[in-house]
Design a binder for this molecule. Structure first.
Ligand code: HEM
Length: 228
């Protein structure tokens, strides 16, 4: 049953917003990955990557979309915390015959834990790259643009810290994979997409998305580390 609470009414409404913001964040992941794959081109592609980063941080429509993105990240996280608290309150004591593994998978039972790892990752990640791009004093490349390529390269190749940074990114991508494994198909269910033909297809696409997108993200730091 839907329980009333302070932010945004019932738990059903909260789930709707989780689904909508989650799908929006999934679209962001595709766009962000497409831009970041340029990093695999190495130094030869550095100016292209810097041009892309400049475009993403200055072009007006994208700038406005970015604000929607920051809001969605915060909203998705906050709404998720409220939903978790609400669900725990609704059933504080587990039934003694309850066997969670029998009717739900590990990812679906640990969405809050996986989401928390992602939130820590995103805060650290934005402090490392986004903050420096926006507010930092960066060296300029030959075309006079902020040289974000070198910032990323140094982060994943500086001898004393690179391995740790690469490991953090790979672990975070594994957490994202599991979060998406449940989140992608669950958001369609929440939005009421329930069809004998399309639901199995959505589930398959969800698994593909949850594996391929984080795997491609993870390849970037690993590749930069190994190819220095
Ligand atoms: C190897 C993986 C990744 C690399 C190398 C990378 C790199 C970067 C860089 C260089 C920026 C600053 C420039 C820009 O705004 O484009 C950035 C921004 C950002 N990244 Fe990533 N990223 C990675 C993965 C991720 C993942 C998995 C997420 C989310 C779960 C994420 C979330 C963000 C966000 C929210 C921003 C700010 C975007 C904006 O201002 O519009 N990144 N990333």
């Amino acid at each position: 049953m839907a329980t009333k609470s302070a932010l945004l009414g019932s738990s059903l409404t909260k789930k709707y917003w989780m689904a909508l913001t989650g799908l929006f964040l999934s679209v962001f992941l595709i766009v962000h990955l497409a831009g970041n794959l340029v990093l695999l081109g190495g130094k030869e592609m550095a100016e292209n990557f810097n041009a892309y980063a400049e475009f993403m941080t200055t072009f007006p429509i994208i700038k406005i979309t970015s604000y929607l993105l920051y809001f969605s990240i915060l909203f998705h996280a906050f709404d998720g915390i409220l939903l978790t608290i609400q669900n725990r309150k609704a059933r504080p004591v587990k039934y003694h015959y309850e066997k969670p593994s029998a009717n739900s998978n590990w990812a679906s039972r640990n969405m809050a834990f996986l989401g928390t790892i992602m939130l820590f990752f995103i805060v650290g990640h934005m402090a490392t790259f986004w903050w420096r791009m926006k507010f930092g004093e960066l060296p300029l490349d030959a075309a006079g643009r902020k040289d974000l390529y070198t910032v990323v390269e140094v982060y994943f190749t500086t001898a004393s810290t690179a391995l740790l940074h690469v490991l953090i990114y790979v672990v975070a991508m594994i957490a994202i994979a599991f979060h998406l494994l449940h989140g992608f198909q669950s958001s369609f269910q929440t939005l009421g997409v329930n069809h004998p033909k399309y639901t199995p297809l959505i589930k398959k696409i969800g698994v593909g998305f949850a594996v391929v997108i984080p795997a491609l993200f993870a390849i970037i730091p690993v590749y930069m580390y190994l190819n220095q």
